[in-house]
Design a protein around this ligand. Structure first.
Ligand code: CA
Length: 504
């Protein structure tokens, strides 16, 4: 009995006082799963991410991680709060996250961590809950970036200019300096290291100018071949921002200096090659800078006790569906890459396929730090997935998505919501802005895809009679998800439009 008591004491002691792992959370901006080796896309053979691939091969790769709104600010807010947009109030790019809702650094600090936020923040208010911060203003610049940091003057007046540098190198320099010289080594660290790259318009460091120069980048199967979607063919209803001339242009070809007199398919091919090379050169710069961080952790002897997490704030369309940018609920845009390295608990080379979303990140990081999920967070810790344990029976079967910024920014993406299950995806383009106004409204439309047989979402099954009962079941799941989240922007105009088109 006495022995048991001592053992119990030792167990508790070991949980609370053993070395907590350091946690290095690396996030890039718009680094999509197609642009990795490890995710096995058409681009994988280009080998643009050897260091991230190695990290995944020695750790765990997650295959079904989704954001709940594929744009920067809302995804970042969900990661920091562990809450859905409907709860934290960050529905679009204009919103700003109040400092008292920056829950993740608040909780990590409470757990005894020294915390740092370096790079792209994009939540507007001061990241004041971090012990140290050095962040880009808004999107920041690719070259000669300016940073905001704590100082004598009030936020955001204390600034630092990194002249002669590319942002990916500068952000890594700042992180390495903090790790090497500034942090309190008596505490474990929690560092959020956020690259600006490869956000558009992509600008790489000069040393990558010739990278992939002589390579022909493989095209997606649906660059020149876009079957009609729920909202019609490209010609009949010109939504989205195209790479080819089949969709209206956001100005991409002009910005890239492509001869506007070229006809298709030559024009689209030329835009695509230049667009992708610029993007992949930025990705290569991110991958090389990740290696700098890992090399430092190894050299300083803390690599084995550091959880290294790598993700992107959402996916990105690289010509799939003849679209650029994100925003859409299509897989390339909604899906997030996620790699975690921590050999103490992760079986080398693991792959996971649970349905995870970006509200789960904060609860999981807290679990790695030995903290239970606070009641106000809506996400669920997936520590069990990291450890290779069985999926809990009550794990989510669908994940909800909503994009509010109806037809914004010349990117012309209609507002929509939907659910992504393990096999099927149901999307409802309800066709109006946040106020439900008729101005700028678009026709309502539904889409259903079988992701197991149609991973490129080419074949909309919504009108096929064989899927009627599945659609009925999924519409109920969609209703339940919206009810559970208490969608706060619902007004009578939007509800009337949704009701009118629900059984369409
Ligand atoms: Ca982003």
């Amino acid at each position: 009995m006495k022995y048991c008591f001592l053992f119990f004491c030792f167990t508790v002691f070991s949980i609370h006082a053993a070395d907590k792992p350091n946690i290095l959370f690396i996030m890039s901006d718009d680094h999509t799963t197609q642009a990795f080796g490890i995710y096995g896309s058409r681009l994988a053979a280009l080998n643009m991410t050897p260091n991230l691939d190695l990290l995944a091969n020695q750790g765990i790769r997650f295959d079904r991680v989704y954001c709940n709104n594929a744009i920067c600010t809302p995804s970042r807010a969900s990661i920091i709060t562990g809450q859905y947009s409907q709860t934290n109030g960050i529905l679009d790019l204009r919103a700003s996250l109040p400092t008292d809702k920056q829950y993740l650094p608040i909780e990590m600090k409470r757990a005894g961590y020294e915390t740092a936020m370096i790079g792209k923040w994009h939540l507007k208010n001061e990241p004041q809950n971090f012990d140290y911060y050095c962040v880009l203003p808004g999107q920041g610049k690719y070259f000669n970036p300016e940073f905001r940091l704590r100082g004598e003057r009030p936020w955001p007046e204390n600034t630092m200019l990194m002249t002669g540098t590319h942002s990916s190198d500068a952000i890594t320099d700042i992180s390495l300096e903090w790790l090497r010289e500034k942090r309190d080594t008596s505490k474990a660290f929690f560092m959020m290291h956020h690259f600006k790259a490869p956000h558009d318009m992509f600008e790489n460091a000069p040393r990558y100018d010739s990278y992939l120069e002589d390579v022909i980048i493989p095209e997606p199967v649906n660059l020149h071949n876009q079957p009609a979607k729920g909202f019609g063919s490209a010609a009949s209803r010109p939504y989205g921002a195209g790479v080819t001339k089949a969709h209206p242009s956001w100005g991409l070809g002009k910005k890239l200096g492509i001869d506007q007199s070229l006809s298709e398919p030559a024009y689209g091919k030329a835009v695509y090659q230049k667009y992708l090379k610029r993007y992949l050169r930025c990705v290569k710069g991110v991958d090389d800078n990740v290696k700098r961080l890992i090399d430092f952790l190894k050299e300083s002897g803390v690599y084995e006790n550091t959880v290294v997490i790598y993700t992107g704030d959402q996916g990105f369309l690289l010509g799939e569906h003849d679209f650029m940018d994100k925003r859409w609920m299509y897989e390339e845009s909604m899906r997030m890459p996620l790699i975690i390295h921590y050999p103490k608990i992760i079986k080398r080379g693991s792959v996971n396929n649970w349905l995870i979303n970006n509200t789960d990140f904060a609860p999981t990081i807290l679990a790695l730090a030995g903290i239970q999920t606070p009641g106000y967070m809506q996400g669920i810790s997936f520590l069990d997935a990291i450890e290779g344990n069985d999926r809990p029976a009550n794990w989510r079967k669908v994940t909800y998505y909503r994009y509010w910024m109806h037809m914004a920014h010349k990117l012309r993406v209609p507002a929509h919501f939907g659910i992504r299950g393990e096999r099927y995806k149901l999307i409802f383009f309800y066709g109006t802005d946040k106020d439900g106004s008729s101005e700028n409204s678009t026709p309502a439309a539904w889409e259903l895809y079988d992701m197991s047989t149609d991973p490129h979402e080419m074949n909309n099954l919504y009108d096929k009679p064989a899927y009627a009962s599945l659609i009925g079941k999924m519409k109920q799941e969609l209703k339940d998800a919206r009810l559970e989240l208490g969608e706060q922007d619902m007004n009578e105009h939007i509800l009337a439009i949704i009701d009118k088109n629900w059984d369409k």
